[in-house]
Write a protein that binds this ligand. Structure first.
Ligand SMILES: *Cc1c(COP(=O)(O)O)cnc(C)c1O
Length: 428
């Protein structure tokens, strides 16, 4: 059986297969660069594992209070070493990325302090943590004020505006690396370094925190390499490598990480308690795999950008641009397009492939949203997934793919579903 026949059995017709093959052939150089970055980052992780003397004993876990959890403590050193920071907190008790960011903020801010976001509006779920949208238990309720500096129209930092927004009360500056679901550009680590240097030139004691979600291992450097005091993310995105079933991390200075630990558990206990349960093997192995898994997701994003760009759909980032995160936005121009795309992604998933996603009124969203996710870990977005609100201009956000062939199948199936519904025509 040839590759083409097995695609045929999976519902991909000859035209879609041929178009995919043509586009893929043109991406050889891009893919080689992605593989080289994965190789670099893979070696970085292995070196950290060597330096921290990861042993078989680290793969066992603790229960109860989790005192002297060798696997947990060593894993935290591995994260710190990989991200070039003094310390790290990597825990299954951190429920998600938002929780990690919340404890980083609550642990390091005190009443009367001001939090300053210098990359515009933060990720949706942080609005309630900060109290931008009034919310019970927010930082605002504890007397922490908030201000924000917008990015410039070209997506770069407004350094003069950042300087003048800093006051005596500014305690922590927040920077979000990935665009998330905004239409701005994702910031490179180098750009983030310029913003950190700018903040530190005004007052070196201001804590610079980077929301690193979706950015880990996309580049060769991470925010800790350019002076960030805290780098924060989720283990069900890039650094969990698809294996971590829960968790989040904070890597940074010893003081900032300790402060966060007193919020995660409580004052006095900090990082001394909190068992790793049975999760150490998946945390270690997931982190080990993460550079290559991230590369697969990146190839999927680049492939999707080039496929849909060639068919005349606006894509963001475009097919040629340097990438700093794994999210690809494709504007399909119609509700039917968004639904068909998501149905295609679902159809190609390893889990729940027989399910047909339909738009629904999700709590907290103004418009119906359609989502495709057939993941081993519920809600994991390092796994192949897509979602789009049913509103103009009908943009679908696509990310993940634990392996490149599975990401490719997802994109070809999305293409096929749209073609079958007459929503696109392939070039001759
Ligand atoms: C996903 C994400 C978060 C929040 O992570 P959750 O795990 O969904 O809570 C925060 N910031 C950005 C940029 C993200 O992409």
């Amino acid at each position: 059986m040839t590759r083409e026949t097995i695609y045929r059995e999976l519902g991909i017709d000859a035209d879609v297969f041929a178009f995919g093959k043509k586009v893929e052939a043109e991406l050889e150089d891009r893919f080689r660069t992605i593989d080289e970055t994965a190789e670099y980052n893979q070696l970085k992780v292995i070196s950290a594992m060597h330096a921290c003397r990861v042993s078989e004993a680290c793969l066992t876990g603790t229960t109860g209070y989790g005192y002297n959890d060798l696997g947990r403590d060593t894993l935290e050193q591995v994260f710190a070493k990989t991200f070039h920071t003094e310390a790290a907190l990597v825990r299954p008790l951190i429920a998600c990325g938002t929780h990690a960011l919340a404890i980083a903020l609550f642990g390091n801010l005190r009443p009367g302090d001001e939090l300053l976001s210098v990359s515009g509006k933060p990720y949706d779920t942080l609005e309630e943590v900060i109290g931008i949208r009034p919310s019970r238990g927010s930082l605002a309720e504890y007397g922490v004020t908030y201000s924000q500096v917008e990015l410039l129209p070209d997506g770069s930092f407004d350094l003069p505006a950042i300087k003048s927004a800093i006051t005596d009360r500014t305690k922590l500056v927040a920077i979000q690396r990935s665009k998330g679901y905004e239409t701005r550009k994702t910031l490179s680590v180098e750009q983030i370094g310029e913003a950190v240097a700018c903040v530190k030139s005004v007052r070196p004691d201001i804590i610079c925190m980077v929301d690193n979600c979706y950015g880990e291992f996309v580049e060769r450097i991470e925010p800790g390499d350019v002076g960030a005091d805290m780098t924060v993310g989720s283990l069900i995105k890039n650094p969990g490598g698809g294996l971590a079933p829960i968790g989040g991390y904070i890597a940074g200075t010893k003081e900032c990480v300790e402060n966060a630990s007193f919020r995660l558990t409580c004052p006095g206990l900090g990082s001394e308690v909190g068992p790793s349960l049975t999760l150490n093997p998946s945390f270690y192995q997931g982190f080990f795999l993460a550079p290559v898994v991230t590369a697969s997701a990146l190839k999927g994003a680049v492939f999707a950008a080039n496929i849909f760009e060639r068919l005349g759909f606006p894509v963001f980032p475009d097919g040629q641009e340097e990438r700093y995160d794994i999210i690809e936005a494709v504007t399909l121009g119609s509700p039917e397009g968004v639904v068909a795309f998501c149905q295609g992604i679902q159809k190609a998933a390893p889990v729940d492939s027989f399910v047909t996603p339909e738009p629904w009124d999700m709590p907290g969203y103004e418009d119906p949203v359609v989502m495709a996710a057939g993941a081993f870990v519920s809600g994991s977005s390092i796994e192949l997934s897509a979602d789009g609100p049913i509103r103009p201009p009908y943009t679908v956000y696509f990310q993940g793919g634990l392996t490149w062939p599975s990401a490719k199948l997802g994109i070809l199936t999305a293409l096929q579903c749209m073609k079958d519904k007459g929503l696109l025509t392939l070039p001759e």
